[in-house]
Design a protein around this ligand. Structure first.
Ligand SMILES: C[S@@+](CC[C@H](N)C(=O)[O-])C[C@H]1O[C@@H](n2cnc3c(N)ncnc32)[C@H](O)[C@@H]1O
Length: 384
């Protein structure tokens, strides 16, 4: 008897390029996710080819590197990879890793309320026009007092500004970036060349200069955001110089092709966190001084959490690697000044919330075999 089973066709590179449309039009594609097998295959192939390109370059084999790069480009390149990742993020597939961060923030009392069902955090959203005044006022008074600055998010490797966490960080409080921007709000920016906030070891720079140094204008932005310039004279303009309270790096570290490149990314994240920590210390000192003068006590639950890093990796990177275990990752993170606050392991992903304490133990971490075994992967992080 002949089998009537029909083989599913792989999407050809021409199909992928047809699906690839003009810049910033991809969010519409997220509505039509690729089949999960297809997206997994695409993601794996992209990672493998990138790794081979780096290996070839290391061996000065430019011919192979060029050939591999054009293969990657002809199969859709980064845009196809991102589309496959967006498919993985679709709610039908249980994607959007940021929901875990939202749960943790609510649990840690970083936010005292859930955002409105319209997806806007009315508590902090200064650019919302169709808000009912009464509701906004109630939420505001429940949460932020004038002395508690609103937290700011930096998201590395962002595919969409509509994930769960974004409802808590309105546009004026978030910087979203990616090597390839899929949305006008997302900066087309390599995090590794994004300026570290200045004044890391000194007093904070003046608001206007810091603003231009730490937040390059989004060339893709639809319009300038007036709230960015809203600090009036004499008012402490926290957001202009305090950097980022939470850095999200979800499924980005594993995108970096080399172990040393991953270490460099973590080191750079630590520099951003360090800048923010100094700000928190300064603010805490001034709050304590004010409280002492007024005979009151003040506290902010964000101070027990921020600056922080939300890190998400494919689970096998830590559960089944020859070169990285969770203990080893903790040692690396401690060397950079991070302590683990929360951790969640799902069958596919591992999520972490790390608080930056500033107490970096230092040291270097080479690629050393920790767990031998034929069925293990080679994911590694090298800190030099
Ligand atoms: C698998 S996607 C992850 C998307 C999303 N954060 C998630 O959790 O599903 C990885 C993204 O990281 C981006 N990326 C990798 N290295 C980057 C860098 N140095 N700077 C900015 N974005 C980067 C890639 O362009 C890609 O879109």
């Amino acid at each position: 008897m002949t089998s009537t089973k029909r083989k599913k066709r792989k999407p050809s590179s021409s199909l992928l390029s047809r699906r690839q449309s003009q810049p910033h039009s991809q969010p519409a594609l997220a509505d039509k996710p690729l089949a999960s097998k297809v997206s997994r295959r695409l993601i794996r192939a992209h990672h493998t080819t990138q790794k081979r390109i780096h290996q070839a370059l290391r061996q000065n084999d430019t011919a192979t590197a060029t050939a591999l790069s054009s293969t990657l480009a002809s199969s859709g390149g980064l845009a196809a990879y991102q589309r496959a990742s967006v498919s993985g993020q679709s709610s039908k597939r249980g994607g959007d890793s940021s929901r875990v961060l939202v749960d943790w923030f609510l649990e840690l009392n970083v936010f005292s309320h859930t955002p409105q069902s319209d997806g806007h955090d009315h508590d902090t959203d200064t650019i919302n026009n169709d808000d009912k005044p009464g509701k906004t006022a109630r939420l505001r008074s429940r949460s932020h007092s004038a002395s508690v600055p609103r937290p700011r998010l930096l998201e590395i490797g962002c595919l969409s500004p509509s994930n769960a966490i974004h409802a808590f960080f309105p546009r004026t409080r978030r910087t979203l970036m990616d090597l390839n921007s899929l949305h006008p709000e997302i900066l087309k920016q390599d995090f590794m060349t994004f300026p570290v906030p200045t004044g890391t070891d000194t007093a904070p720079p003046s608001s206007s200069s810091a603003s231009s140094r730490t937040r390059p204008r989004n060339k893709n932005a639809l319009h300038d955001d007036p709230a960015e310039e809203e600090c009036s004279e004499g008012q402490e303009c926290e957001d202009e110089h305090h950097g980022y309270d939470i850095i999200s790096c979800s499924l980005v570290l594993n995108y970096v092709a080399t172990p040393a490149g991953r270490g460099d990314m973590l080191k750079r994240i630590a520099r951003f966190a360090h800048h923010n920590l100094l700000h928190h210390h300064r603010r805490q000192r001034s709050l304590t001084d004010n409280s002492n003068r007024a005979g009151t006590t003040s506290c902010n639950s964000g101070d027990a959490v921020f600056p922080a890093l939300f890190l998400v990796l494919p689970a096998p990177c830590v559960t089944n690697s020859r070169y990285l275990s969770e203990d080893h990752l903790q040692r690396i993170m401690a060397s950079l000044g991070f302590e683990m606050l929360r951790r969640k392991l799902s069958p596919k992903l591992v999520y972490y919330l790390w608080r930056y304490t500033g107490g970096a133990s230092g040291g270097t971490f080479k690629k050393v075999e920790l767990r031998p075994g034929g069925k293990r992967n080679n994911f590694a992080i090298v800190v030099e």
